[in-house]
Design a binder for this molecule. Structure first.
Ligand SMILES: Cc1cc2nc3c(=O)[nH]c(=O)nc-3n(C[C@H](O)[C@H](O)[C@H](O)COP(=O)(O)OP(=O)(O)OC[C@H]3O[C@@H](n4cnc5c(N)ncnc54)[C@H](O)[C@@H]3O)c2cc1C
Length: 427
């Protein structure tokens, strides 16, 4: 039996859900934000770095107190073999406050508190089990013995949207469309991090790695510097991981001991270990984004783009939360919650989130199925540098000779050309 009725109920106080709740509360709407965690964000996971344009879009000029870790001013792309590595090390101080590293436990709790301050009702520690559906329209949620009614429900329940699936509003997530992420957080003194990364307090590094870090499995490793900790982890494509038959825990263990990465976390105290799925199917696996009385946002809708050198999901989650809130606000104003009215949500998303998802619709397939990216090419990059810098008393070779020696016999030229052309089209 339903007990109360609200204008909007949001399932999940991750970044998408809290962004939607904040916007709706600011618009003066009665909104309830429900999360299964005792405190929002406690079990949420990201790499990760947040692109701040999305925060600015959400709350212009009002995110200065957000618990952001370090402003990313250095980007490193590292190609690794078992012992060696080659890095493209880029300093971009001119990109003022473009992105910051974040820890979700702090960030999500802050964002949910902002929604609460704005007037949203936060219900933590409560798992939504199902939806109330009346005459084909979503009319509320069920949690345990309780039922709460609403004009509109927004699912922001993350990568495994069981509530929406159970209600038959979306198809079950396909295993081939998700990647698996594993992450460790090591606590280290701020000064030690500054010294190891040759930087100052407040400035940070984002490092993405390919090659031996994943033992040839499609995917990559990441390292982000926080104020007083380092986030280190890896992401693997599920199909490629299954083929490898390697236990992920062993791959992650070797990653932590790799000479090119292990030195950064040396002496650090392991304070967090987590694993999480990432929806990487992209545009091709987008679900129906709206139904009568229902919208779906963020990871629940698969809004992530992984291009190898950038991973974006949190900014899209925030933008989709904003779009869902605006659509809900307009629906309340118009007094209609039909599917045809709610398709405005998709129209709003087309301006940015869906545009990116469409542009990079082949990135997941390219990354997942171009095996040389994770084996041959990192090896070639390291081999080439090894030859260039080698001085061993033998007659020295000129650069074309070194290039020839490195590449010839390793890979047919047409195969490299094909990968380059496909990569150019996909990424
Ligand atoms: C290893 C890894 C690295 C990543 N790196 C980056 C990065 O660097 N930058 C970036 O932008 N993105 C990154 N991403 C992606 C990013 O983390 C996600 O896109 C983002 O967190 C999605 O936010 P969300 O709010 O949609 O979902 P989530 O953050 O997953 O939030 C979902 C919320 O719903 C709640 N919930 C779920 N089911 C229920 C239920 N039935 N009842 C009540 N509550 C429920 C959960 O408790 C949770 O709080 C990374 C992801 C991973 C796994």
């Amino acid at each position: 039996m339903a007990e109360e009725k609200f204008q909007v109920i949001i399932i999940g106080a991750g970044v998408a859900g809290s962004a939607a709740a904040y916007r709706l509360a600011k618009a003066g709407r009665e909104v309830v934000l429900i999360d299964r965690g005792d405190t929002p964000g406690r079990k949420n996971m990201t790499g990760g770095r947040l692109y701040t344009y999305a925060l600015e879009e959400l709350m212009p000029g009002e995110w200065s107190d957000a618990p952001l870790e370090r402003e990313v001013t250095r980007e490193i792309m590292m190609f690794m073999t078992r012992e060696d590595s080659v890095s493209i090390d880029t300093t971009l101080s001119s990109q003022k406050q473009q992105s910051y590293t974040v820890l979700r436990a702090r960030f999500d709790a802050w964002l949910a508190s902002k929604a609460e301050e704005a007037g949203a009702m936060l219900i933590p520690g409560s798992t939504v089990d199902g939806l109330i559906i009346r005459d084909g329209k979503v009319a509320g949620i069920k949690t345990g013995d309780e039922e709460l009614e609403a004009d509109l429900v927004i699912s922001a329940e993350g990568v495994n949207p069981i509530v929406a699936e159970r209600a038959g509003l979306i198809k079950p997530v396909n295993v081939k469309d998700v990647a698996v992420g594993v992450k460790y957080v090591y606590k280290l003194p701020e000064q030690t991090i500054n010294e190891r990364f040759n930087t100052v307090s407040g400035k940070g590094t984002a490092m993405l790695c390919v090659g031996e870090c994943n033992k040839g499995i499609s995917g990559g490793a990441f390292l982000y510097t926080n104020k007083e900790s380092i986030s280190l982890g890896l992401v693997v494509d599920t199909h490629s991981w299954k083929e490898s038959k390697l236990p992920l825990v062993d791959v992650a263990e070797e990653l932590r001991q790799h000479p090119a990465l292990g030195r950064y976390i040396e002496g650090g105290e392991l304070v967090e270990y987590s694993a999480h799925l990432i929806p990487e199917g992209g545009y091709k696996s987008l679900p129906q984004l709206y139904s009568d009385g229902f919208l779906i946002a963020g990871d629940a809708a698969g809004m992530v783009v992984n291009r190898g050198f950038t991973v974006r999901g949190m900014d899209y989650a925030i933008l989709s939360g904003i779009a869902a809130a605006e659509t809900a606000d307009q629906a309340i104003e118009a007094g209609t919650f039909t599917k045809s009215f709610l398709q405005n949500y998709e129209t709003k998303l087309k301006k940015m989130v869906l545009k990116d998802l469409e542009s990079f619709k082949d990135s997941h397939d390219y990354i997942a199925h171009t095996q040389h990216l994770f084996t041959t090419y990192p090896n070639l990059a390291v081999d080439m540098m090894n030859h260039l810098y080698k001085v061993d008393g033998n007659p020295a070779k000129k650069i074309p000779g070194i290039v020839k020696e490195t590449i010839v016999g390793k890979l047919p030229y047409f195969s490299v050309l094909k990968d380059i052309l496909k990569g150019g089209k996909s990424l």
